[in-house]
Design a protein around this ligand. Structure first.
Ligand code: ADP
Ligand code: MG
Length: 323
């Protein structure tokens, strides 16, 4: 099947969290090792993402805001190799169409940085500025020019919570990147980027969750899985504590969730859903990806093998020691 059919067209930007997601993915694609995300009013008035990545060369800045100006996509299969998160080349164009955008960027081999401004899709100028290597992207007043879409936004607290959730997931999926999240001038999250998953769990979930982690490390045929299973914080709980990533991407999968819960059942006390942080490495041929701009639906070529692998891996870990 061809790529175009699989990637449905559509609007990417629904809310502040979608802006943050696109900007974070760009920062990751730019090889950043440290990223700061700042929002105000749930991201409705201000979103700022600063990275120390490769920067954008002067002559490509305005091009990057054209639709389909991707330097990345190749195929849908590529999405699940570790190469790149971007694939449609319309994020910057979509954001700039509905917000007041300021971009400051500097590449390593340029003496100065540049500031580029674009509002509601209209360019407002490009000038030289002093800047560190990397990119700062600021989006102000999201949907200021599309009141109909602005009306669909929830209250700033709710939008802010969506952003916080997303930043958490991305931080958990990238233990090698130091991620800092500032909400209304308050530090909300600051991960070390030291590659250590346990440290990461501590930073995101705190002492209690970290104290009860059982390691998982399994290689079965084409599936490699490593991470932790543990006790969630709240008794009633939900699947929010089940984190799993495939080749660096945060996904949802009922096969994986069911396998985790099945393995956990004999051990569960009052917690139906355990805490998990699992990183899978899987050959792309094993995945069947159906991509929509805002959600990721994933099927496995051999769902049964996937189910059994997760069931065994989690069951193994649990059998060694009590939670
Ligand atoms: P995509 O990520 O799908 O390629 P985007 O619209 O998100 O499309 O970005 C357009 C282009 O702008 C990217 O392909 C990349 O070359 C450049 N770019 C965007 N953000 C950054 C960044 N933070 N650092 C370096 N380059 C960036
Ligand atoms: Mg992108």
């Amino acid at each position: 099947q061809n790529t175009i059919n699989k990637i449905a067209a559509g609007e990417v930007i629904e809310r502040p969290a979608s802006v943050v997601k696109e900007l974070l993915e760009n920062a990751i694609d730019a090889q950043a090792t440290a990223v700061t995300i700042e929002i105000k009013e749930g991201g409705t008035t201000l979103i700022r993402v600063t990275d120390n990545g490769c920067g954008i060369p002067k002559d490509q800045i305005s091009l990057a805001f054209l639709r389909h100006a991707t330097s990345k996509i190749k195929s849908v299969e590529d999405l699940f190799t570790v190469s790149s998160l971007g694939f449609r080349g319309e994020a910057l164009a979509s954001i700039a169409a509905v917000a007041q955008v300021e971009l400051i960027t500097k590449t390593g081999d340029s003496l100065t940085g540049f500031r580029y401004q674009i509002e509601g899709g209209a360019e407002r100028g490009l000038e030289e500025v002093g800047a560190p290597d990397g990119t700062t992207f600021i989006a102000r007043n999201l949907f200021y020019n599309t009141p109909a879409r602005k009306k669909f936004l929830k209250r700033p607290v709710t939008e802010g919570a969506y952003v916080a959730d997303l930043v958490e997931k991305i931080a958990l999926s990238h233990p090698e990147i130091s991620i800092r999240f500032i909400q209304n001038n308050q530090n909300k999250l600051y991960t070390s980027g030291n590659h250590n998953l346990r440290d990461l769990v501590y930073t995101v979930y705190g002492r209690e969750v970290t104290a009860n982690l059982l390691p998982i490390d399994v290689q079965a045929q084409d599936i490699k899985v490593s991470g932790f299973i543990g006790k969630p914080l709240i008794a009633r709980g939900n699947r929010n504590y089940e984190n799993y990533f495939i080749n660096g991407r945060y996904i949802k999968s009922s096969i994986i969730s069911k396998a985790i819960e099945e393995a956990y059942k004999p051990y569960m006390m009052q917690h139906k859903y355990p805490f998990t942080l699992l990183h899978f490495s899987i050959e792309p041929e094993f995945l069947d990806v159906n991509v929509h701009p805002t959600k990721m639906e994933l099927r496995f070529r051999d769902g049964e093998l996937m189910f059994k692998t997760v069931l065994n891996a989690v069951g193994e870990a649990l059998s060694h020691r009590e939670l």
